[in-house]
Design a protein around this ligand. Structure first.
Ligand code: SF4
Length: 260
C-alpha cells in the first residue's frame, strides 16, 4: 500500500498539471502499479495510453473488464495496443461460479427480461470484476468525457470516491478523468494525428448508422445520427423513460447509485 495520502491536498497539487499526459505520468510516478488506466478500448482510452507513454511512462498499468461477451474487434484492438506500446492489458474477468449461477437461474440472455436483471448481469460481469481491480489501486484513471451524457457531464477531473473492498472495509480512492473536458472530435483528432490504434467498429459508418459507444455484443447496437449517443446500449429499454444513469452499467455510479 502506498503511503501517499489521498486527500484534497493531493488534488490541489495535481490540479496544477493541466496536460492530461503529464497528469497521468505524475500519477504513475507517485503510485506505480497502484495506479491504472481502465479502458474498454474506445477513443479516449486509446488516446490516454498513447499520451502517458509519450509523457515518459514506459509500462503503465492498463486493464479492461472482460465480460466474456466483448466484440472480437475489441480483443483485436487490445492485441494491437499491446504490440504497439509493449504493454500488457490486464483482463478482469467475472467470477466463474457467479456467472454459472446466473446463467443457470436466468438463462443466457437475462438482460432482455428487465432493467433489474440487466443490472444484475452488469454487476456480475462488469462491476464486481472492476471492484476486484480497484482493491489493488489507489488511483483509478478512466476515459469518461462530459460530452457523453448528462450524467457524465457532472463528473470531476479529479475526485475522491469511497471504495468498498471485498473485505468490507471502506477507503478513499482517487478517480481521475483526464480527458473529461475533451470533445469526441478533439480526441479523434489526437488519435489520428498520433497514429493511435483505434477500434474498428468505431470507424464504421453506413447511411448514418455508426457505433458511438461500445460494450458487450447483443447489448450494443449502432445508432443513427439523430439518436442519443447511448441509445445503442440496451436499445430495448429506450421506450422507457429512464434517466441517464440507467444507460450506465454501474461502473461509474460509485458514490451515487450502485447497480444491484
Ligand atoms: S452489457 Fe449486457 S451482457 Fe454485458 S454485462 Fe451488461 S447486461 Fe450483461
Amino acid at each position: 500500500m502506498n503511503d501517499i495520502k489521498i486527500d484534497q491536498k493531493l488534488i490541489d497539487k495535481l490540479e496544477k498539471i493541466p496536460d492530461p499526459g503529464e497528469l497521468m505520468a505524475e500519477l504513475f510516478r507517485l503510485f506505480g502499479k497502484r495506479a491504472a488506466i481502465g479502458t474498454s478500448g474506445q477513443w479516449t482510452g486509446v488516446a490516454m495510453i498513447d499520451m502517458v507513454i509519450r509523457a515518459g511512462i514506459s509500462n503503465p498499468r492498463v486493464y479492461t473488464v472482460d465480460t466474456l461477451r466483448l466484440f472480437p474487434e475489441t480483443y483485436d484492438l487490445f492485441r494491437e495496443l499491446e504490440k504497439k506500446y509493449s504493454i500488457k492489458i490486464e483482463k478482469a474477468a467475472p467470477d466463474f461460479d457467479a456467472v454459472s449461477k446466473m446463467v443457470r437461474d436466468h438463462g443466457e440472455s437475462i438482460f432482455f427480461d428487465s432493467k433489474a436483471k440487466q443490472e444484475y448481469c452488469c454487476k456480475i460481469r462488469k462491476v464486481d470484476p472492476n471492484n476486484k481491480i480497484l482493491d489493488t489501486l489507489d488511483v483509478w484513471i478512466t476515459g469518461l468525457r462530459a460530452d457523453q451524457s448528462d450524467a457524465r457531464s457532472q463528473i470531476k477531473r479529479l475526485e475522491i470516491i469511497q471504495h468498498t473492498q471485498q473485505d468490507g472495509k471502506n477507503r478513499p480512492l482517487l478517480k481521475v478523468t483526464p480527458l473529461i473536458a475533451w470533445t469526441e472530435e478533439k480526441v479523434k483528432e489526437y488519435v489520428s494525428t498520433n497514429n493511435v490504434p483505434t477500434h474498428k467498429l468505431l470507424e464504421m459508418e453506413r447511411d448514418g448508422w455508426h457505433y458511438a459507444s461500445l460494450g458487450c455484443i447483443i447489448c450494443t447496437t449502432p445508432i443513427n445520427s439523430h439518436e442519443d449517443r447511448r441509445a445503442g446500449r440496451w436499445r430495448w429499454f429506450n421506450h422507457q423513460q429512464f434517466n441517464d444513469d440507467h444507460k450506465e452499467c454501474g461502473l461509474h455510479l460509485t458514490g451515487k447509485k450502485k447497480s444491484t
